[in-house]
Design a binder for this molecule. Sequence first.
Ligand SMILES: NC(=O)c1ccc[n+]([C@@H]2O[C@H](COP(=O)([O-])OP(=O)(O)OC[C@H]3O[C@@H](n4cnc5c(N)ncnc54)[C@H](OP(=O)(O)O)[C@@H]3O)[C@@H](O)[C@H]2O)c1
Length: 347
Amino acid sequence: MKIPDKITSTEALESFLAEPYSQTIDAMRNMKGDIIILGVGGKMGPSLAHLAVNATRRAGVKRRIIGVSRFSNPAQQKQLQHWGVETISCDLSKPEEMEKLPHAENVIFMAGRKFGSSGTEPETWLLNTIVPGMVAQYFRKSKIVVFSTGCVYDFACRETGGSKESDRPRPVGEYASSCLGRERVFEYYAKVYNCPTLMFRLNYAIDLRYGVLTDIGISVYNELEIDISVDDVNIIWQGDANNRALLCLEHTDVPPAILNITGSEILSVSNIAGEFGKIFNKEVRLNGEPNTCSYLSNAAKSVKLFGEPAISVGQMIRWTADWIRQGGETYGKPTLFQVTDGDFLMA
Ligand SMILES: NC(=O)c1ccc[n+]([C@@H]2O[C@H](COP(=O)([O-])OP(=O)(O)OC[C@H]3O[C@@H](n4cnc5c(N)ncnc54)[C@H](OP(=O)(O)O)[C@@H]3O)[C@@H](O)[C@H]2O)c1
């Protein structure tokens, strides 16, 4: 994979996010069957589907890559089709729609709900627990990679090196509890149907259009205060996370495998802000007192399986700084990484 010095347009970003590892190409050559990605219409799904198409083509094999979402953003559906992804518009919470989906040997479940406004908690539980039950039963003959989150763990202190897969989950707050609910429902049906499954516990993917680095970089650029009450974070380039998601299809198991997906380093928000300050030549305005613990995951198991992520933290910071300076597209969706009470509701 050739790593560019600069990423200067959305097209270039999309193209690089969809670059497969050589391991991913090999995995696509050896894998049997089609891949269906449920909840493809979000921040990560389009680049994952695009990557799956590229890796499959470069492996010289044929398979359907099917992307399923409601496609609230119709332009996204067109873009996916242009990349060679077959799209199906479907609301997964409606059984009559879900049960028309084609079966595929490989399923990646990405539909999820994190942010909402007060009063929409029932929708979060519907999407994060009831829909998984429907999907797990319908796709019981498939392998399933379930996108989950490091928020299912309790907060961890920097000295511990982060939560490990063997740690007992202790979710804080309603969103994290619903995410553990999603895992437990998939785990239940994996055992009932002997369905190989893997819980993909992700911490903070970095795309230039959103993510922890974009949140911090934009604040430094605009000389806004940065809340450092959560000073420790893990991040991973979205292309690395997506390559790992495809590779995880080979590591599903019964009972389900669990894998933390993030970078090896525990980073400090104040240090990252300092790096942006130097690049932008701006004064950094920090606010608050660091809490001792935050959402931190130990990536050792996934790094042992797949190697270190291809993109370093320094490279991500430089790309993000260039992106902000050139006024690159952003989604306007903050990660809310500073949340420590588990409450991700917006006013
Ligand atoms: N991005 C991260 O850094 C991160 C970190 C930890 C965990 N995760 C988890 O990883 C998964 C993917 O992340 P993401 O950032 O791409 O999430 P996202 O932006 O929230 O995307 C999920 C997508 O699922 C689709 N969806 C929602 N309800 C649906 C329904 N009823 N039927 C069909 N599709 C539905 C939506 O697209 P439509 O509106 O088109 O239906 C939505 O955009 C999520 O489960 C997320 O919680 C992500």
